[in-house]
Design a protein around this ligand. Sequence first.
Ligand code: CMC
Length: 382
Amino acid sequence: MAQETYSPGLEGVIATITEISYLDVDHGQILVRGYDLIELARHLSYVPVAYLVIHGHLPNDEELAAFDQRLREDAVVPQEVYQLFQLMPKTTAVMDAQRTAISFLASYEDPAMLRTPTPENDIAMGTRLLARMPVITANAYRVLHDQPVVEPDPSLGFSENFLYMITGQKPDETARRIFDLTLTCYIEHEMPNSTFAARVIASTLSDLYGAVTGATASLKGPLHGGANEAVAHMLLDILEQGGADVAERYILDRLARKERIMGFGHRVYMKKYDPRAALMKDFIPELAKRHPQGEELYRIYQIVEETMHREKGLFPNADYPVGLIYYLLGIPIDLDTPIFLVARTAGLVAHVAEQHAHNRLFRPRVRYEGPRDLHPTQVTVH
Ligand code: CMC
């Protein structure tokens, strides 16, 4: 047997070869298909970047128009999806409803396509799923909260439509632009736990829907995507307990109790600033002005950031600004992580297609530390 190596949490392990993205921490860059993600987010909106992530090159005008039209036309979901949400207990987490809906939507695909895991089929089904993700996400929340379903409006672009279905109001340009920027920041990020989960599932030659369903379960966890919701709850908790004046003490107390502060730290960035967090932070003041508690929440945000840097040498990750931005945009906190998943769907589709293009089954080994030489005769049956 090859020499046994063990890296807890698979830290530093190269799990695959990819042409999709890379966290080039030394150069402070998130490379996506050869471009710097931050530059993409500054200059382009989510839809062309989604095309880039999925297809490997930036679209020309014709390709972009066709992709955009696909996303608008394929957005409508079967009415049974809403009935499915109706059947769920009202206490269901939006992310669980979303996960169930993704799994359910697989049944509406051609069984032959599901059985044939080619990159072409992954991209066709994945584009359809991406189109539907905002609809199932916003409306899962709506049905679970006894609000009327809002059908997608084909006259609206991807991000605008998504915000419209969430809030029931057509967003203004500032809200649309900043929300779209967060989606682009979330679109793809090399090999986080959820992407790894999707590739592990895809490597059995299972289908795209199964892989995205598994990735959804992974992303829900508070150490991963769930952190953005935890950030919003923490900032509001500090506000309630006295605001900016108590923010430093609040963090010091939690650190003294050895608690983790969500939205800080990252396995790959370690003690460097996540470039996405740096970009998104610049847009908070503009939104803060528009919200009655915005300025105070932004002060709290800054104090928490300074305290974490001074005490732990840790910087924010992307989930830190997003938790506040979504709150200031009037988005219900329960939707923060589900929105992350919607944005990440493009990246997941690309990874599943790449896995299927060059597949080898993931099957690691273990270091066994359990007992040996036990025999069933030692067990007494009563
Ligand atoms: N608050 C307080 N201490 C922390 C934090 C934090 N947010 N993050 C790391 N540490 C400490 C940790 O306690 C440990 O200290 P010690 O060595 O004294 O025990 C040390 O830093 C190393 O932590 P680790 O858990 O071994 O590091 P990891 O690489 O396994 O964890 C992480 C990475 C993201 C899980 C961790 O930083 C964390 O729990 N952060 C909070 C959750 C969070 O914001 N998650 C979002 C991640 S980025 C977006 C995404 O991909 O979803």
